[in-house]
Design a protein around this ligand. Structure first.
Ligand code: TXA
Ligand code: MG
Length: 314
């Protein structure tokens, strides 16, 4: 049976919360991408997520909560981390912190780690569901592992509809890229996954941000190659597409689809996954226009580089 896609009225939200309560899986809109939500305290439900996504079993998940106070009750936040949370929560920033002994997020959700990833999403439907459920909810992007992340309820229904219980329709995700992830345990934050909140924005509140993954530092699995993979072959930084290639444009000019005709990086980020997905259904080769490697462009290029490196041999 295919999961129903429901508008988020009171009845649907109550039903979603009770499904979570019973270990069900619910497609949940957030401002970044749609998440596949489950009770973070229920290892059976969390195992179901790994299974449905086909995700490597030891990839830890982000726990979503309604308020910063709820997050501080699960993990150990320094004064600097709290200041950063005050600036960007609710919103697309995830903190990796040490768990507190009384955390309710189960081991499987943390992949056995003593650390915990936490986020307070801003989307009103995510907020409504989290407030009703009143406990942490894990929600990786609601797509099979290695596939393009969903930014609309219909994407979730298409990809996972027969394996989950319900999808809440909260419209198109505004941001279109997964949250920025930082390791907030030390004296300086370490950037583990690029996202819409930039290194400079973080440094303005908490100076000394370092990039993860260099000098033997641990790398978040979100940084592994082959994470964002369309079936089509992807060629990047293309100014002149070849015959037979679909062209994903940026800025003025001819294109099959255009991330942002006006060259707006925020608009481009919001369109990225949906347009890649659309081109991937009709074309075997996609050429992508150069995207300036500044601000949000760095996150877009990061995603595109992964997709280009993993397009073929899945
Ligand atoms: O925007 C988002 O964050 C979306 C929406 C649905 O909220 N969610 C999302 O969740 O992307 P998820 O569970 O797929 O994100 C997992 C990312 C991975 O990069 C993972 O390695 C990192 O968070 N992560 C989670 N727990 C971690 C930990 N304890 N240490 C290091 N990285 C961790
Ligand atoms: Mg994902």
């Amino acid at each position: 049976m295919v999961a129903p896609v429901c508008l988020p009225d009171k009845t649907a939200l109550d039903k979603a919360a009770s499904l979570l309560e019973r270990g069900g899986l619910v497609g949940m809109p957030t401002e970044t991408v749609y998440g596949l939500a489950a009770d973070a305290a229920n290892p059976d439900a969390v195992a179901q997520i790994y299974s449905v996504k086909g995700r490597p079993a030891f990839n830890p998940l982000i726990a979503h909560v309604a308020t910063p106070e709820d997050a501080f009750a699960q993990g150990d936040f320094s004064a600097e981390a709290r200041a950063l949370a005050a600036e960007f929560w609710p919103g697309p920033l995830t903190f990796v912190v040490n768990k507190v002994p009384e955390t309710t997020v189960c081991d499987l959700a943390r992949a056995g780690l003593q650390t915990l990833a936490l986020r307070v999403p801003a989307h009103p439907v995510a907020q409504a569901l989290l407030q009703r459920f009143a406990r942490p909810v894990v929600a990786p992007s609601a797509n099979p592992s290695g596939r393009i992340s969903p930014t609309e309820a219909a994407h979730v229904a298409t990809d996972l509809g027969d394996a989950i219980d319900m999808v809440l329709d909260g419209g198109a995700s505004q941001v279109g890229l997964e949250s920025t992830v930082i390791d907030a345990r030390g004296p300086h934050p370490i950037l583990l996954r690029l996202g819409t909140i930039t290194q400079d924005q973080i440094a303005a509140i908490w100076p000394g941000v370092e990039m993860g993954g260099s000098e033997g530092k641990p790398v978040s699995p979100g940084q592994l190659l082959r994470h964002y993979a369309p079936d089509a072959a992807l060629r990047l930084n293309v100014t002149e597409p070849q015959p037979g290639e679909a062209f994903l444009g940026f800025g003025p000019g001819e294109a099959t689809l255009n991330l942002s005709p006006s060259g707006n990086l925020i608009e481009a980020a919001a369109n990225l996954f949906a347009m890649l997905r659309k081109l991937d259904t009709d074309h075997s080769r996609i050429a992508v226009a150069p995207i300036p490697d500044e601000g949000l462009g760095a996150a877009i290029n990061d995603r595109l580089a992964r997709a280009a490196n993993s397009g073929h041999d899945k």
